[in-house]
Design a protein around this ligand. Sequence first.
Ligand SMILES: NC(=O)c1ccc[n+]([C@@H]2O[C@H](COP(=O)([O-])OP(=O)(O)OC[C@H]3O[C@@H](n4cnc5c(N)ncnc54)[C@H](O)[C@@H]3O)[C@@H](O)[C@H]2O)c1
Ligand SMILES: [Zn+2]
Length: 365
Amino acid sequence: MHKIKVDLKERCYDIVIGKGIVSGVKPDPSVFRPYVSGRKCLVVTDSNVKGLLGARLLKILGAAGADAELAVFKAGEGSKNIGTYESLLRKACKLGLDRSSVIVALGGGVVGDVAGFVAATYMRGIDFIQVPTTLLAMVDSSVGGKTGIDLPEGKNLVGAFWQPRLVIIDPAVLKTLPKREIRCGLAEVVKYGVIMDDKFFSFLEKNLCKIKNLETVTYGKIISRCCELKAEVVCKDERETTGLRAILNYGHSFGHAVETVTGYGKYAHGEAVSIGMCIAANFAVLNHKFAPSMAERQLNLLKALGLPTILDRGIKPAQIYGAMFKDKKTEKGKLRLVLPSRIGKVSLVKDADGESVLEAIRSVV
Ligand SMILES: NC(=O)c1ccc[n+]([C@@H]2O[C@H](COP(=O)([O-])OP(=O)(O)OC[C@H]3O[C@@H](n4cnc5c(N)ncnc54)[C@H](O)[C@@H]3O)[C@@H](O)[C@H]2O)c1
Ligand SMILES: [Zn+2]
């Protein structure tokens, strides 16, 4: 079992990573006990994860001394809305949850974001535990305290910063996750290597077979490192005020534009981020900020992991370029880009030159 401390002073919490904590033959209720014993817990999950782990987690929480109930909503981003949020709040009322109760999010980023927002706002905020079950949620969304829902007008438009009290990660639950979801999580994993840790990037290059074979021990190491890196950034810039947290958006400005232009469906988020990181790297190369050999290493790793690195035919670079200016992260018509200077280091560029942005987008057609 590996423990990582997210040192946010009074909002400090542990991320506990261990094979079998939730899925094992003899799961261990002791990690949950101090957080749930004698308290009402509402376990929020989705329709896919319910059958895989719902009953199991209820049993573990029961053994840890909690009075736990389950709330389930339909799996998918389409459920990350006000309707689901309202029904969860009302279920919490009906079950008599009070200020001492705990919300437990069991699932991917969708479950974590909605359940976290319920916890942030129910009775002005109650305790919240994350049990992420997708790779993306394990390495990204479960750590850092961003919670929220979508509106028909756009993604993540309503939300709150609300840190969990505890994050429990069992890498063995990834065995049932569809391969495409694994690949999408891996795009975020590669991102951490490029932005912060060249040794970790090399580790990924050297362990391709184990990664492809979904080796639990290797995933345990990968998840631990990503959580450490994310915790480091979040502790220095919890609410995105100093700009440091923005480095986690590497590849995302281009990626979001790819998702927007293709109508959220053709590319999954991680796939769009993979293409986005290629565009960002090519832009940095064009501006002599990043060695071509480094961009090639990133390209090769993404390809080897089965991620897309070029745009499908029919998608026009000018459309992607146009969509980038509509991104909420665009500041007064200026593009803010996170660009690599070497593997393991990035910097923020505030007013990227439009013509070379377009040229970089053209380089992945
Ligand atoms: N809060 C943050 O900081 C943050 C960061 C990144 C992304 N997000 C959000 O996360 C969401 C995406 O998360 P996601 O990619 O985890 O998607 P998701 O929650 O929709 O999960 C993907 C699919 O996998 C299924 N699933 C989950 N665990 C499984 C398992 N162990 N075995 C089999 N199937 C399983 C789910 O039911 C779903 O169908 C987006 O809404 C995004 O905005 C939030
Ligand atoms: Zn992302």
